[in-house]
Ligand binder design. Sequence first.
Ligand code: ADP
Length: 334
Amino acid sequence: ERVVAPEVDEAERAAEAALRPRRLAEFVGQHVVREQLELVLHAALARGGVPDHVLLSGPPGLGKTTLAMIIAAELGTSVRVTSGPAIQHAGDLAAVLSSLDEGEVLFVDEIHRLARPAEELLYVAMEDFRVDVVVGKGAGANAIGLTLPPFTVVGATTRAGLLPAPLRDRFGFTGHLDFYSSAELEQVLRRSAGLLGVDLADDAAAEIAGRSRGTPRIANRLLRRVRDWAQVRGDGTCDRAAARAALEVYEVDELGLDRLDRAVLRALCVRFGGGPVGLTTLAVAVGEEPETVETVAEPFLVREGLIGRTPRGRVATPRAWEHLDLAAPGGPAS
Ligand code: ADP
């Protein structure tokens, strides 16, 4: 429920789908991956065949699902959507695979979470366009090899390193998505504002972009919150003042830190003099589980260079003190 969470929740999915770019040309940023993909797809189209299987890796909210849909659109085909956790048994995957039409795209989100038997079935299907279906039970059980029409798997993962080599090797193309620059996020925001019919001033776009943690999903979410504020408290225009006021209500600061992030940072600096302090102690100080601090707050604080992890514990960097407007101990007297 954090407004800066990189993950999507169910209630948000429809709002998100409305803002998805439909074609490669509309997809903002990620120039390297975009150009590589364009070549892969257009070459396949020109040959009249299916492209290599595509693996997309990168943090949540950067556009992996969007690209999977775009790949299908560029190929002029339809996409079937499933995910690692949704496939409980290899049989579930066999059923999906054997119902694919020729040339279709099968999008497997969180592919690193596939169970081992399903994973094995998938890489055989990707390599040989064949699936073995077991018919019957016990001693009378029989495996029947079923030939599949050619198709393209688009796998998405936040953890490419967790993918077993045999599966990873079946992908002829891997694209890694990186965090977006502020300028790119502004472009995402202007596009979204257009689709939502929101009058977004340039300085407001910059203000929101700077707080979006390099993530289009967060940028779009903050835009919706600013739009709400402008509607209810303002006169409908999303200018810089509206953006600042709205994001203050949601406690998202200039760097994109929320309340928990700041609580962790403040505890580290003020209670523990900048550390080093152990994760558990730090978590107790902010009234959270160590796991929450470690997985929810820390990654972004580390990425922003606000805290460091050392063998003796967490430490605040000079930037942390600066961000909290505090004088660092031992720093120059001011
Ligand atoms: P992921 O699958 O990596 O978690 P999504 O593809 O679901 O991310 O993207 C999240 C949201 O961000 C979507 O609403 C999408 O429209 C938007 N988005 C992501 N990447 C871009 C981009 N490059 N250009 C425009 N919008 C984007």
